[in-house]
Ligand binder design. Structure first.
Ligand code: CA
Length: 227
C-alpha cells in the first residue's frame, strides 16, 4: 500500500483529502505545518507528498526546497493560485505535478496514480555526515566546522552535500549543475566556479588547515574528508 503524506494547513481540506485517499487505497498521514512536514518526510518516508503552497509559517516553496535536499520522492503541489508562473516555479523547483484548487477528486486520484506509476522507489539522503571536523545534518540543513555552525545558502548547502556524498571523486561543472541547481538551463561552469569559491571560503574560516574542496584544473572539484 502506498503511503501519502499531506502537508496542508487547512484542517478541512486535509480531512477531505484523507478520506478521499484512504477510500482510494492509500495510507495517509496529514500534518498542518511545513516544519512538521519535513520531520514527517524524514520519519515516515512516504511514497508521495502532497504539498500545499499556501502554508502559514514556513511556506510550501521552502518546504519543497528542503524536502528535495532529503529525497527525490514524487511531489504534487496544491495551490490556490492558478497562475502559470507559479506552476513553472513549482515544476522548476523539483515538483513533479501541480494541481490548482479547487480540483476534482477524480483528477487528483488519477494524477497520484500516474505519478506513482512513473516514479522509481524514492531515495533518501538523510544520514548525518561527521568526519570529526566537518559535520553535515541534512534534516536540520546544518553544517558545522570544528563545532561551529557555518552559515550556508541553500545552493551552497546542496553543493557541499553532493560533493561529500561523492567524496574522493572528481565532479565536473556539468554534473554539479545537474545535481545542485534546480534549473541549470542557461547556467555555465562559471556559476559553479563562483559557488565553489564562496563555499571554500566559508569552510576555511577559523584555524582549520588545508582545503576540504580541491579544484582539479580542467576536470572539476573533489571533496576530501578531513581525517
Ligand atoms: Ca493553505
Amino acid at each position: 500500500m502506498s503511503r501519502v503524506l499531506v502537508i496542508e494547513d487547512d484542517a478541512d481540506v486535509g480531512l477531505a483529502l484523507g478520506v478521499l485517499l484512504r477510500r482510494s487505497g492509500y495510507e495517509v498521514d496529514h500534518v498542518q505545518t511545513g516544519r512538521a512536514g519535513i520531520r514527517a518526510v524524514h520519519s515516515l518516508r512516504p511514497d508521495l507528498l502532497i504539498l500545499d503552497i499556501g502554508l502559514t509559517g514556513m511556506d510550501g516553496w521552502q518546504v519543497l526546497e528542503r524536502v528535495r535536499d532529503l529525497s527525490d520522492l514524487p511531489i504534487l503541489i496544491l495551490s490556490g493560485r492558478g497562475q502559470e508562473a507559479d506552476k513553472v516555479r513549482g515544476l522548476r523547483a523539483g515538483a513533479d505535478d501541480y494541481l490548482t484548487k479547487p480540483f476534482g477528486s477524480n483528477e487528483l486520484v488519477a494524477r497520484l496514480a500516474a505519478l506513482l506509476r512513473r516514479a522509481a522507489p524514492p531515495t533518501w539522503a538523510t544520514e548525518i555526515y561527521d568526519d570529526g571536523r566537518l559535520r553535515i545534518d541534512p534534516l536540520q540543513r546544518s553544517a558545522q566546522l570544528n563545532g561551529v555552525e557555518v552559515r550556508l545558502t541553500p545552493t551552497e548547502f546542496r553543493l557541499l552535500a553532493v560533493m561529500v556524498r561523492h567524496q574522493g571523486s572528481i565532479l565536473n561543472a556539468t554534473q554539479l549543475l545537474a545535481q545542485v541547481w534546480d534549473d541549470p538551463s542557461g547556467l555555465g561552469p562559471e556559476r559553479v566556479k563562483f559557488a565553489v569559491l564562496r563555499l571554500r571560503r566559508k569552510l576555511e574560516v577559523g584555524n582549520s588547515t588545508g582545503s576540504l574542496i580541491e579544484s582539479v584544473r580542467g576536470f572539476g572539484y573533489r571533496f576530501h574528508r578531513s581525517c
